[in-house]
Design a protein around this ligand. Structure first.
Ligand SMILES: Nc1nc2c(ncn2[C@@H]2O[C@H](COP(=O)(O)OP(=O)(O)OP(=O)(O)O)[C@@H](O)[C@H]2O)c(=O)[nH]1
Ligand SMILES: [Mg+2]
Length: 432
């Protein structure tokens, strides 16, 4: 890896302006990206709900791709282009740009400034931890999860503090006021099979997260671009998940925005939805740890799922057509009954003035009873509600807005018709 990508400004000259960047909106994952962002927006809510942002810390050993992952994760919320938020280092043996500090990235201040009220999570990048420093890691992680590490604090200073007096370190930490208490923990590891898995570190993270705080853990493996076909990967993933005590539901193998993935680095002028979507899916689970990935509609549903989707779509469309036919019938009948109304008015006047009754016409012209009219209206409202909900159920499978539009139009027409022809419809129903 030759490029030392250390600051956003460095990139401005990297891609010549005349270079053609691929049209992101034509990418087959583009719509999915937008949907995931929309769903995420809905599930995190806004400041008006009284909730607060989740704090998500990204942990791993030096050089595993933590900062790159944070840049990818934050970029996945953007629609314009990749952005460097956290400094990325070289991974060439001569590491010069390692992350030195505890650094937080708030949505409203960094990656989602366009709507500061949306409670997207705060991501936190820290130094790489070492596998063989179990005691320090334990003490540090406790302090970290408790929110006792401050902005820009250096891990090397904390390590020195711990090494000179472990008990003093713990005392100092417990005496500190809380800064960013951690709610979720993303553990990053590289897919590179030549790098040994830091198993002790993973076990330590699991213990501190589970035993002390019950903080949900998620796993991210980077460098999918390089090792996708490597046969050692399945075993590596199993070991990674086993040591963290998590299942595949809480895991994603991803590729980060980096020069290896796109040597022309056109991502300085665009985003790649195929990189963003898996990351957004993971973030969806990080935000809602209780929903399984099965609830997150996959891009390519299986054969059975496709058949179900088609059937649901067909049934839904047929129901919509039936509703339109029903409207038409009601409309015609209501118009027809209007004639009865004139007849009844004439009958009432004549029978009153001339003092006679005709039982057959009298039955037709009976006064509508309020109660039945009410039941009819409630039934109509319930039916309208059903129509309103139906497209959402269908949409969960279909992810298309057509049914919603049809339903909204249907409900609008139905309500208008009921309002205009209320008397006639009630009358028509009561004489049957
Ligand atoms: N090919 C490839 N390289 C990656 C990927 N993710 C990260 N890298 C590279 O790995 C190197 C280290 O990445 P960083 O994001 O700085 O790693 P880090 O974990 O933050 O490192 P420290 O801050 O030093 O602990 C950089 O050269 C990245 O370009 C990936 O998905 N694919
Ligand atoms: Mg880093």
């Amino acid at each position: 890896m030759e490029n030392d990508l250390s600051s956003a400004e460095d990139f401005d000259d990297v891609v010549p302006a005349e270079d053609v960047v691929p049209d992101k909106t034509k990418n087959k994952h583009w719509d999915r990206k937008l949907e995931l962002i929309k769903d995420l927006k809905r599930s995190v809510g806004t400041v008006r709900t009284g909730k607060t942002n989740l704090n998500v810390v990204v942990i791993g050993t030096t050089g595993c791709g933590k900062s790159s992952f944070i840049n990818t994760a934050l970029t996945s919320f953007r629609q314009d282009k990749w952005q460097l938020y956290s400094t990325v280092g070289k991974n060439s043996g001569n590491i010069t740009n390692i992350t030195q500090h505890f650094k937080s990235f708030r949505a409203d201040k960094t990656y989602f400034k366009e709507d500061k009220k949306v409670l997207f999570p705060t991501f936190i990048d820290i130094n790489g931890l070492e596998d063989d420093k179990d005691d320090f890691n334990r003490a540090f992680l406790r302090a970290l999860f408790d929110g006792k590490i401050y902005e820009d604090e250096q891990l090397t200073t904390l390590l020195k503090m711990y090494q000179s007096n472990p008990n003093g370190f713990k005392k100092t930490m417990s005496g500190r006021t809380e800064y960013l208490k951690i709610n979720r923990n993303i553990v990053v590891t590289s897919a590179d099979p030549t790098e040994p898995l830091p198993k002790d570190l993973f076990k330590c993270i699991k213990q501190v997260a589970d035993d002390v705080k019950g903080i949900p853990i998620f796993g991210v493996m980077t460098k999918k671009d390089k090792f996708e076909r490597n046969e050692q990967i399945p075993k590596r993933i199993d070991d990674f998940l086993g040591n963290l005590g998590i299942t595949k539901d809480s895991f994603k193998w991803i590729e980060n925005y980096c020069p290896d993935v796109d040597k022309d680095m056109k991502y300085h002028r665009t985003v790649y939805p195929s990189i963003d979507v898996p990351v957004l899916k993971l973030i969806t689970q990080v935000i809602n740890p209780d929903i399984g990935p099965k609830d997150l509609m996959e891009d390519r549903p299986g054969f059975l799922a496709r058949i179900i989707l088609k059937v649901v779509s067909l049934v839904s469309t047929l129901i919509q057509i039936a509703i339109w036919v029903l409207f038409l019938v009601l409309f015609i009948i209501a118009t027809y009954e209007d004639k009865n109304k004139d007849l009844c008015t004439a009958y009432k006047i004549l029978s009153k003035q001339l003092g006679f009754t005709l039982p057959d016409i009298g039955r037709i012209c009976q006064e509508p009873r309020e109660i039945k009219g009410m039941i009819f209206l409630i039934a109509l409202i319930a039916f309208s509600l059903f129509l309103f909900l139906l497209p959402y159920i269908v949409k969960k499978f279909m992810r298309k807005g057509l049914q919603t539009c049809l339903s909204v139009i249907s409900i609008f027409i139905l309500t208008t018709l009921v309002y205009i022809y209320n008397d006639q419809i009630t009358h028509w129903l009561l004489i049957r």
